[in-house]
Design a protein around this ligand. Structure first.
Ligand code: ADP
Length: 255
């Protein structure tokens, strides 16, 4: 694992829904370049934590920073520009766009700031468009979805749709990628492919947070694992450390 500065630093995060405490004093540190797992029984607060650090929920207490910059009040659009991307437990693809256009849309948005200069150099638009298309084709090939580029996601097998969502998230050029149960609904072969894709994403320099029920995947993929139970972090360390932790064993037996 990486000893560099944290890419995501969560301090004292709490989230309460009408009296129900979903998160309590959560502290989490994700080193730059790491794959960090977040596991825990159903209802322990994993998705709520992802919803907070992707700006969809405002935390009731606490702060978090991305790349050393306070991000608590940014909201999802600014967080996306700041380099936070995510996938969802229930896929959220652009249903009416082709696979290629799902990826192109994300590539385009990530360059919206740079495109201002093309008001001055209109010829650049053509060049840039060509470069975007080349980048899209590269991503489609890398994620093994080039054969489906002209199809709408809804016509494709579920495992392929999951890969399209991953490719779209990576297309935004994130520094940190949040994955919410990416192995859900996948067969064994697809899980193995997913593991390889996540390693490739990390090797591109992207920090990964992996919320996942498939413990085999978490143990083989993650540099560090945090365990949530009843909205609190009850263990945080290497995969070997957390599986040997009696508090973790107890939390899972009580599930
Ligand atoms: P996990 O992802 O670990 O299964 P969740 O984060 O989905 O857990 O849920 C944690 C707790 O917060 C649960 O009790 C859940 O019912 C509650 N919760 C999550 N989102 C909401 C919401 N939008 N409104 C009310 N309660 C919620």
């Amino acid at each position: 694992s990486d000893a560099g500065p944290a890419d995501l630093q969560v301090e004292g995060i709490g989230k309460t829904f009408r009296g129900l405490r979903a998160l309590h004093e959560v502290r989490l540190s994700v080193p730059a370049g790491a794959i960090k797992g977040v596991v825990g029984p159903n209802g322990s607060g994993k998705t709520t934590l992802l919803n907070v650090v992707s700006g969809l929920y405002t935390p009731s207490t606490g702060e978090y920073a991305v790349g050393g910059v306070r991000a608590t009040a940014l909201g999802p659009t600014a967080l996306s520009r700041h380099g936070v991307a995510r996938t969802f437990q229930n896929l959220r693809l652009f249903a009416d766009l082709t696979v290629r256009d799902n990826v192109l849309f994300a590539l385009d948005r990530s360059r919206s700031a740079a495109s201002a200069e093309y008001l001055v150099w209109p010829v650049g638009v053509v060049r840039d468009e060509r470069r975007l298309r080349a980048e899209a084709e590269e991503l489609l090939a890398e994620f093994g979805i080039a054969d489906f580029a002209d199809l709408a996601p809804r016509s494709l097998p579920y495992g392929i749709q999951r890969r399209v969502e991953l490719a779209r998230a990576v297309a935004t050029g994130p520094r940190i990628l949040l994955l919410d149960e990416p192995a859900a609904g996948l067969n064994g072969q697809e899980v193995a492919q997913l593991a390889q894709i996540v390693r490739t994403i990390r090797d591109r320099g992207v920090t990964v947070v992996l919320v996942e029920h498939n413990m085999g995947l978490v143990m083989s993929l993650c540099d560090e694992v945090a365990v949530l139970a009843n909205g609190s972090v009850i263990a945080d360390g290497t995969p070997e450390q957390v599986v040997a932790d009696p508090a973790v064993v107890e939390a899972y037996l009580g599930d």
